[in-house]
Design a protein around this ligand. Structure first.
Ligand code: ARG
Length: 460
């Protein structure tokens, strides 16, 4: 069945159907279409356009369709162009004279948009909950790490020792911004487009605000043309998911590095690593690599939708059908990546002894502490930096321990030598937000409270 039969002498060609149908992927909007269609029908009832009896018949038929979709007994037909067409066809088969009244005052343009907004709101909230679950793993591991420390890196060169908890929470805070962004996108998507019709509204006394309320939207659209052509919420969702994916890729990359024999800071559990089909000894961090690799397609998806939206004239254009596959794909990929990475991190073992010996291997990790010690005694930082730099160079060139040179230097001397003791530098990171035990314990508390707040606001 095509929806526009009257105007056309011939049905659509198979080539057209093959090219334009979105049924293969928009089936997953079936449940949301049923929900929105029921609200639409109730709105038509309140407006006196449908009788109570007709409303009852249509809602019952839509509920049936919902069950059939849920149980996968719904039978799609060759002529079904998309899931919305299929649902209307099926309702018409079941609802007698009321069936052809379902689409009163509605277009697929507002129908598709409302279903996609319901999908986006629900899925992004679920993604955000799964991000919080990953953050909880980071928090638990950070808590359990106590005073373990490792080298902190810049340029992937050892820079200064940091607490392991501090390093783990650095990823946790990036994820906190993702949760915030997802939440903000959900709020902006929370506008119902139903009642916009094809582009200009209707001559019938529709009640978009009542329908929006019924569907749990915060508001109804202000402008019918904007309502059917706006896909900002899709682009934003895809950006949020891409940036989240980028954050997961950075965690993934560190897991790959840390679990290499060269670092050996991390040992993956068997259940969360893979073997080699040829090399019996291998244990590979495939989850972490895919967490890194998936970022590519997530970035591709946001790019694809932005390119589709660019320069599209108002209002609805069929190009907009291209919004769905990227969105479904990004949601799907991220929802698989998050629990996989959470499981990997929850079960991996940190080799804290190895981390600590890497941090202690070279006393020059404390070199800024020597300079700051001089600063506390009135030496200008730039001069102090130079003095210590010369000592570090001499130590490396002559093979003399740094401590000996510090001891002998007139600006430093024996009082400064303990600064080079293993484990001392990290204790001296006392400034707010810094990598030492004092600020990190405050950070852990703040992070814990943030997770509680986020879980609370995501709980409904
Ligand atoms: N499947 C289409 C979409 O996702 C349905 C909208 C078709 N609307 C139209 N006016 N041809 O956008």
């Amino acid at each position: 069945m095509s929806l526009w039969g009257g105007r056309f002498g011939q049905g659509p060609s198979p080539e057209l159907m093959d090219f334009t149908s979105s049924l293969a992927y928009d089936r997953q909007l079936g449940g949301d279409d049923v929900t929105a269609s029921k609200a639409h029908v109730r709105g038509l009832g309140r407006a006196g356009i449908l009788s109570n009896e007709e409303v009852g018949i249509l809602v019952t038929a839509l509920d049936r369709v919902g069950e059939e979709l849920q149980e996968a007994t719904f039978r799609f037909q060759a002529g079904d162009e998309d899931v919305h067409t299929a649902i209307e066809r099926r309702v018409t088969e079941m609802a007698g004279d009321a069936g052809p009244k379902l689409h009163t005052g509605r277009s697929r343009n507002d129908q598709v948009a409302v279903a996609l907004r319901l999908f986006t709101k629900r899925e992004l909230a679920q993604v955000a909950r799964e991000v919080v679950a990953l953050q909880q793993v980071l928090l638990d591991r950070a808590d359990a790490a106590n005073d373990a420390y490792l080298p902190g890196y810049t340029h992937l060169q050892r820079a200064q020792p940091v607490l392991l908890a501090h390093h783990l929470l650095a990823h946790g805070w990036a994820l906190a911004r993702d949760v915030d962004r997802l939440w903000a996108t959900v709020r902006r998507a929370d506008v119902s487009p139903l009642g916009a019709g094809a582009l200009a509204g209707s001559s019938l006394e529709l009640d978009p605000t009542g329908v929006a309320d019924d569907l749990g939207f915060a508001a109804a659209f202000e402008n019918s043309m904007d309502a059917v052509s706006d896909r900002d919420f899709v682009a934003e969702a895809l950006f949020d998911l891409a940036l989240l994916g980028v954050h997961l890729s950075r965690i993934g990359e560190e897991v790959v590095l840390w679990s290499s024999q060269e670092f050996a800071f991390l040992h993956l559990s068997d259940a969360h690593s893979t073997g080699s089909s040829m090399l019996p000894q291998k244990k590979n961090p495939d989850v972490a690599e895919l967490a890194r690799g998936k970022a590519g397609r997530l970035i591709g998806n946001v790019t694809a939708v932005l390119a589709t939206l660019k320069a599209l004239p108002l209002a609805y254009d069929r190009d907009l059908q291209e919004d769905k596959e990227p969105l479904f794909d990004s949601v799907d990929q991220v929802r698989r990546a998050l629990p996989a990475l959470a499981g990997l991190l929850a079960t991996a073992t940190f080799d804290t002894a190895r981390m600590q010996s890497a941090a202690d291997a070279d006393a020059s990790g404390a070199s800024v502490d020597l300079a700051e010690w001089m600063v506390a005694r009135g030496v200008a930082f730039r001069r102090a930096h130079h003095v210590v730099g010369v000592l570090v160079r001499e130590s490396a060139e002559r093979g003399v321990p740094l401590a000996e040179l510090v001891q002998a230097h007139p600006d430093l001397g024996s009082e400064a030598v303990p600064l080079l003791e293993p484990g001392t530098a990290v204790l001296r990171r006392t400034s707010p937000g810094g990598a030492g035990p004092g600020p990190v314990s405050e950070q852990l508390e703040r992070f814990r409270r943030l997770l509680e707040r986020d879980l609370e606001r995501l709980s409904n």
